[in-house]
Every structure is written in C-alpha cells, then in structure tokens.
Design a protein around this ligand. Structure first.
Ligand SMILES: *[C@@H]1O[C@H](CO)[C@@H](O)[C@H](O)[C@H]1NC(C)=O
Ligand SMILES: *[C@@H]1O[C@H](CO)[C@@H](O)[C@H](O)[C@H]1NC(C)=O
Ligand SMILES: *[C@@H]1O[C@H](CO)[C@@H](O)[C@H](O)[C@H]1NC(C)=O
Ligand SMILES: *[C@@H]1O[C@H](CO)[C@@H](O)[C@H](O)[C@H]1NC(C)=O
Ligand SMILES: *[C@@H]1O[C@H](CO)[C@@H](O)[C@H](O)[C@H]1NC(C)=O
Length: 789
C-alpha cells in the first residue's frame, strides 16, 4: 500500500503517515478499500495517486481493459488517466461544500476494469484547510443598557461562525478598548466559542450616552483569520439628575405699573437627564406667600414669571418667592431657587390737593394777608417723585404761603375790587419733581366770589347839568331828568335822588320836585323868561348802602324865551288907554318933516322883541312914510291945497317871533294952517318933549346896557378863544343876557367851534323860532354835528 503524501510538513509528518498506513492496511484487509487522503481546494489537474501502481495493474494493459472511474453519489470531481492510471483532480473540491458540517469528509469512488472485470473501491478523504475567516451573522449588535445597570452584568453577544473545522475554527474573541466593558469567552458543549459582554464599570449616560465597541473573532488557523462586528451600546437614561437652576437666587428690579402679562424673568433650570426625566415643571414653593402668588404668575412649563396683577410700589416693595423645578421622571427630582423682585418707584401718583377750609364769598374790602383757604398737598410717590411744588397763576391778587409741612395758606395779597373783578377762579397747580420721567401735575380750582361793599358813590352822567327850558311850560310836568349810576351792586347801587334844598336858592327849589327813583325833575310852576332867566340848584344822589354814599351835582337851568308878549304901544296913548293920538302939523311943512314917532315896547327878547313898524292903513300913501325900524312917520311931500286936513294912519307894530304878535296904533294927522298950527305945535311939543325925554332916557339906558353887554360878550369870546383849555367844554351863558343872539363856543381837542344863532335849547325839547337858523362856523373843520346841537 502506497500512501501518496503531498503536502504534509512539519514534525508530525512521520507519525501521521504511519497512522495512515496502519489504517489503510486494516481497511484493505477487511474490505479491500483503497484509501487516499487529500486537502481540499487542490489545483485542477493535480495527480492524487497512480491507480495502476497502487492497484497492481499492468500499465500496458490499461487501454485494453478500459479503466474508468465512477464517483458515487457526487459530482465528477476526479478522473483517471487511461494511459498512465493517474487519478487527477477534475474540479476543485471544497470540503465545506461537500460535507457541510461533518468533521470527517470522504468521497467514495469505484475503479472499474474489464477483461476480466474487476472493481476496486476507493475512499478519498478530503481534509480541511483554513480557507474561511470567522464572521458574525449580524455585523452590528445593538444593545440598550440602562445606566443604572450593576457592575458585573452580562450581555450575551451572538457568536461568530467559521465553516472550517477543528483548529481552523474560532479560537478566540477580542473587544476593542473600553473603560466600561469587557468580554468573557465561553466554550459551548460542542466546543464552539462565544463571548459575553460584561459591565466592568457603572455607566453614566450624562457622561457618555453611546459606546461603540468592536468585537473581533479569531480562528486557530495558521495564519489566523478574523472577522469583526460592531457593538453599539446605547445607555438608557435613568432619572438620576435633579433639575438645577443657573443661580441659587435671583434679584430682579421691576418698575411698578408694569403691564399685566409682562415678563419679569424667565427661569431656566436644566436637568442633565433626557426625555421626561429632563422635562421640568416650575411651581411656587409653600414658602411663597399668597400675595406674591396672586401678583405674579409662574408658567409651569416655561418657567416664565409674568405680572398678573397691577403692581403698586406704594403697596408692596419687595416680593420674595421660592421656585421649585421638578422633572417628570418616574421618581421625580427637584431643585429650588429664590427669586427676589424689587419694585422700583415710578412717578405714577399724581400729587393730591385737598382744600381744608375755604371761605367764599369774600368781601371786597377784605384785608390784605387774610387767609381765605387752607390747602394741603400730598404725593404717594417716594423720594424725588413725592416732592411737590405748588403755585397759582401770577396775575391774581392771591398768594400761597406754606404754613406747615405740606400745608399752604391762600392769602389775599392785593386789595380786591369787586367793581373791577367780581369773581376769581383760582387754579392751584401742584407739580411733583421728577428726574427723568415727566413730572405729574394736579390742579384744583376754587371759585372766589367777591361781594360788594358800598365803596362807590353814585356818579352823575354830567357834572354840571345844563338844561334849557322853554318858558310857559305846563306846571307839574317833567322838565328834565338827571341820571346817576353807582357801580356797586344791589342796594349799594340803588340810587335815590333828592334836591339839596339847603344849599340851593329856596325860592327856586320850592316849586321843583324830583322823582326820587329816576331823577326826573318836575316843575310845579310855569317859568317866565321875562321874570327869571336862569337859576341853579343842587341835586344829591344817594345810594342805599349802609353807610350810604352820596354825591351832588349842580343843575343849571336856562329859561328860553317864547314870543308870549304882545308889543305894547307906548306912544301914542289916548286918555282912555287906547293907542290913539292926534298929531297936528302945519300945512306948509316940507317933505321929510317928522310927523311923529310911534314907540312900542316888547317884553320878549331877540327876534321876539324886535319890532317892525308898518303902515296898515293910510288915507293917502303919497303923503306919509313910516320907517320900519324907528317908527318915525315923516311927510313924503309938501301939502297942497287939495290935500285934506285930516288923515288917519293905522300903524302895525309886529314883533319878529316865530308866530309874531302885533299891536296897532292909530295916528290922526291934522293939517293946520301955519299960524295956529305953529302955536298948537309949540304947546304940544313942550308936553311931548317931556314925554320923549323920559322915553329917550330909558332907551339910552337900554341901548347902553346892551352895548356894554355886547362888548363884554365879545371880550369874553376872545378871551375864551385865546385861553387853552384842554377838553371839549361848553363855554356858554357867558353872554347870556337874553337879548343877543346866543353864541356858543366850544372846543374839542385843538379844534374850535363857534356856534352863533338865536337862542336855542340844549338838553330841552323845544327849539324856538323858525328863524332860529343855526350858523355854525367851524374854526377848522366841523367834525361831528352831534357834538353840538
Ligand atoms: C436694581 O436696583 C438697584 C437700586 O435700586 C441697583 O443698585 C441694582 O443695580 C439694580 N439691579 C439691576 C439688575 O438693575
Ligand atoms: C437654559 O440654560 C441652558 C444651559 O445653561 C441653555 O443651553 C439654554 O439655552 C437655556 N434656555 C433658555 C431658554 O435660556
Ligand atoms: C342812566 O344811565 C345808565 C347808564 O349810565 C342807563 O343804563 C340808564 O338807563 C339811565 N337811566 C335813565 C333814567 O336814563
Ligand atoms: C320816572 O318815573 C316816572 C314815574 O314813574 C315816569 O313818569 C318817568 O317817565 C320816569 N322818568 C324816566 C326818565 O324814566
Ligand atoms: C357837594 O359835593 C362837594 C364835593 O364834590 C362837597 O364839597 C359839597 O359839600 C357837597 N354838597 C352837598 C350839599 O352835599
């Protein structure tokens, strides 16, 4: 028996061959089986053995005997060379394929010869070589390990496999470097090797949440082969960390009046755990007062502290709270912190003013420095915000004076006058002092009424009053009216009028009365210009206050003439009183001879007393002429023989009044023969001269006085014009004599006016005379006709 050795090496070789030989001999003896042994994976064509030699067959005969090889129940891995008898590899043999899990692997064959037929059994043992590396069925092993797992805990890992057998199979495992893990290699009952993962140091997820390990399996072949798998150990969290705040205590400044809902602080507690173990809820601890909890809101999830109620510094200045953060782990853990909220003052309180005492109304004669009100001020703010300034408007006659801390007195600082300002609205303004934010102001108004004191006397509308009253007024009717006013109030202003009979001329005032209530003056008597031209009296106006005040006014009354007097014929007057007379003239008189002079007198003045003469009736117009003005009757021509001896002349004497009055005188002219006429004329003339002398005397006196008055008037006018008086003023009655045309001159500023005309009225209702033409001569320019009427 030849055992073909091919690739055995090393020191075991001799021993191994001997064993095979012995074994082959035994098999051959028993069943005549030829036994070969080869390694798997031999090259195709490699010769395993020479069958001819081994089976004792002549090589020469092989072709004839038709040698062939039959592999039992398997693929034709091998064949036999028909010429040389060599058994060679036809196809690569993989032991792991051929006999998958068997430790010993045989390939059975028969060698068949013919002529004669012979069959040889051959057994080919396929031996293992280390051609497979170990591998893990899953190359990633995921392990979830709780961080609370005790040290020493084992975790089985899936083992690696190696199709090779024997020493070529897995021999050992190795684990990559790890502080926490180790492996322990176990051998199964079938000799397979597997590894357990052992926790050698406690895990901390917070330190390392994932451990990546590499497990290597190594077989025993030479050279050894290996395979790896990665082990991913995920550390499962346990609630082993308590929530922790950034700081143990927080101090926060918060201004008062922060809007509701505004964020005060966001607390941030952290928990190193994960998941629900690190989910934190915030809550107030029992240590936190109710008041604090109603004022502030703590959001359980976010840790935000927000304002829940209006915060008023004036109520509370510090809020202390303790906040607990709790995680949501199974055995929840918690942490605490303290929060102190300091409220800072805002200038949010308006200063307050309160009127402690106040007296209104006040009398206008109240003494200066009298206190009329007491005011107190306050401000709830603190510090600068609570300091206040108080003032009232400057232009009032009142002042504020600090009496004690935050109390002020409102005093009268200047004399009051109800007639100027009857009431005051005093606005008291209080402003607090504030740095930065705008200061706040409060105002309070008080109304002060000033009551009247009788401190003003009545004043007349004019002083003096000048009235012009036309004579012949009806007795008992109102002639004029005075008016006085009093700027006081109520009774103090109620004026009553009276005539001052003591200082006035009794004879005048006796027939005057005044309406006590409205100052209308009545005359009980009719005025007669001819007997009274002017008078004055005093009127007192008295108010009804206590004590009452009064004032007086001079009233000048000028009576205006009316044409109420009929001209009176002074000459000729007959014995029975009628205005008749007989004039005798000699027949031989020439033209222009004065026959007589009609004399008349009128008590009225001015036009009313200006007499004009006219011939009303005359027998022969060509004979006599009458001078309109003098009343002289003269002959117009010489008498002739045919002229009658008796002539009747009716002379009309007419005054120049508006409605003129007249009288007539009758003059009979007797023409006598010269001789007797002369004598008669002489006698008559002597008588007449006496009469005429009397009349002439009166006339001289009258004319002289008129002339003197006229001259005085002119002088006065000149003086008035020259004198510089400032204001507009009536300068009248200086020349009032009732005979001259009345002239009024007045002055307004530097303009002068002179008014010339017949008597007329100022302040009275009657303008006399149709020929009362008014001649106004302005010195410069008449400005307003209303100034003079
Ligand atoms: C809070 O206010 C106080 C004074 O009231 C001040 O000293 C402190 O600095 C403030 N703190 C903060 C955080 O503004
Ligand atoms: C809380 O604090 C942690 C760490 O201190 C930080 O990472 C996180 O952003 C903070 N959260 C908030 C809301 O401030
Ligand atoms: C008096 O004068 C006042 C104004 O000064 C006036 O109101 C009043 O009506 C006058 N009275 C009369 C009676 O004229
Ligand atoms: C004054 O009072 C009297 C009587 O009441 C009246 O007739 C007269 O018109 C009044 N005068 C004035 C100016 O009011
Ligand atoms: C009138 O008033 C004057 C002052 O204006 C005064 O001197 C005089 O005494 C008064 N007369 C009367 C009667 O009241």
């Amino acid at each position: 028996i030849i055992v073909k050795e091919s690739c055995f090496l090393g020191s075991h070789r001799q021993q191994y061959v001997a064993t095979l030989l012995l074994l082959s001999a035994l098999v051959y003896m028993a069943s005549s089986v030829t036994h070969y042994s080869i390694q798997e994976e031999m090259e195709v064509g490699s010769v395993v053995a020479n069958l001819a030699a081994d089976l004792g067959i002549d090589v020469q005969t092989l072709g004839r005997r038709k040698i062939r090889l039959d592999i039992l129940a398997n693929k034709k891995y091998l064949d036999v060379n028909k010429d040389s008898g060599d058994l060679f590899i036809l196809e690569r043999i993989d032991r792991e394929y051929l006999c998958i899990s068997k430790t010993v692997c045989y390939l059975k064959m028969e060698v068949i010869l013919e002529n004669p037929v012979r069959i040889f059994n051959i057994e080919l043992e396929i031996m293992d070589i280390n051609d497979n590396a170990p591998y893990f069925r899953r190359d990633t092993i995921n392990l979830d390990v709780s961080e609370s797992t005790a040290v020493g805990e084992r975790f089985s890992l899936s083992n690696a496999v190696d199709p090779d057998i024997g020493s070529n199979s897995i021999k050992s495992y190795h684990l990559s470097e790890s502080a926490n893990f180790d492996i322990e290699i176990q051998t199964g009952r079938d000799g397979s090797k597997f590894a357990d993962l052992i926790l050698k140091k406690a895990l901390d997820r917070e330190e390392q949440a994932i451990h990546n390990l590499i497990l290597t399996a190594v077989d025993g072949g030479v050279p050894a082969r290996s395979g790896t798998a990665s082990i991913i150990v995920r550390v499962l969290d346990t609630n082993d960390n308590a929530p922790q705040f950034d700081k143990d205590s927080y101090t926060i400044n918060l201004t008062e009046n922060s809007p509701i809902g505004s964020l005060v602080v966001k607390l941030n507690a952290t928990d190193r755990d994960e998941g629900s173990n690190s989910d934190i809820t915030y809550s107030f601890s029992l240590y936190t007062s109710e008041k604090t909890q109603t004022t502030f809101e703590l959001k359980p999830d976010s840790g935000e502290i927000r304002v829940k109620e209006m915060i008023n510094y004036e109520d509370f200045r510090i809020y202390d709270m303790e906040i607990i953060a709790t995680d949501k782990g199974a055995n929840s853990l918690s942490g605490k912190c303290k929060v102190k909220i300091l409220i800072t003052d805002m200038n949010d309180n308006h200063p307050e003013i309160s009127i402690k005492s106040f007296s209104s109304p006040v009398k206008e004669d109240i003494a200066v420095n009298t206190v009329i009100a007491v005011v107190s001020v306050s401000d709830k703010d603190s510090g600068e915000n609570g300091q206040v300034d108080i003032h009232i408007s400057e232009d009032l006659p009142f002042a504020l004076k600090e009496s004690s801390d935050n109390y002020y007195e409102l005093l009268v600082s200047e004399p009051l006058d109800r007639e100027k300002v009857p009431e005051y609205d005093i606005t008291i303004t209080v402003t607090d002092r504030d740095l930065g934010t705008p200061s706040l102001t409060s105002t309070r108004s008080i109304h002060v009424d000033v009551t009247d004191v009788n401190d003003n006397s009545p004043t007349f509308a004019q002083n003096p009053y000048t009235f012009y009253v036309v004579e012949n007024n009806k007795p008992g009717i109102a002639v004029f009216s005075l008016n006085a006013s009093d700027i006081d109030e109520g009774e103090n202003a109620r004026v009553s009028y009276s005539i001052d009979r003591i200082n006035s001329d009794q004879t005048m005032t006796s027939f005057l009365s005044i309406n006590e209530a409205n100052g209308t003056v009545y005359s009980l008597k009719s005025f007669d210009f001819e007997s009274l031209k002017t008078f004055k009296f005093f009127v007192v106006a008295k108010d009804s206050g206590t004590p009452s005040l009064s004032s007086n006014v001079t009233v000048n009354v000028f009576i205006l003439d009316q044409n109420d007097n009929v001209p009176v014929i002074l000459y000729p007057v007959s014995a029975n009183g009628s205005a008749e007379g007989v004039e005798e003239i000699p027949r031989n008189v020439n033209a222009g001879h004065l026959v007589t002079k009609v004399r008349a007198y009128d008590a009225d003045i001015g036009y009313n007393g200006w007499l004009l003469f006219s011939l009303q009736e005359v027998s022969d117009h060509s004979l006599f002429g009458l001078d309109r003005y003098t009343g002289q009757i003269r002959t117009l021509r010489s008498f002739t023989e045919t002229d009658e001896a008796l002539h009747k002349l009716i002379i009309l004497v007419k005054d120049n009044g508006n409605v003129s009055l007249s009288a007539t005188a009758t003059v009979i002219v007797k023409v006598v023969e010269p001789k007797e006429a002369f004598a008669a004329s002489d006698v008559k003339n002597a008588v007449k001269d006496e009469d005429e002398n009397n009349v002439t005397f009166y006339l001289i006196i009258t004319l002289g006085s008129v002339a003197v008055l006229f001259v005085i008037s002119i002088i006065v006018l000149i003086v008035m014009q020259c004198s510089k008086s400032t204001d507009s003023k009536y300068l009248q009655d200086t020349n009032y004599d009732g005979t001259l045309c009345h002239s009024i001159q007045y002055r307004s500023g530097d303009k002068r006016y002179m008014l010339v005309g017949p008597r007329m009225s100022i302040g009275s209702t009657i303008v006399p005379g149709s020929n009362g033409n008014t001649l106004v001569i302005p010195d410069r320019r008449r400005r307003d006709s209303g100034e003079v009427r």
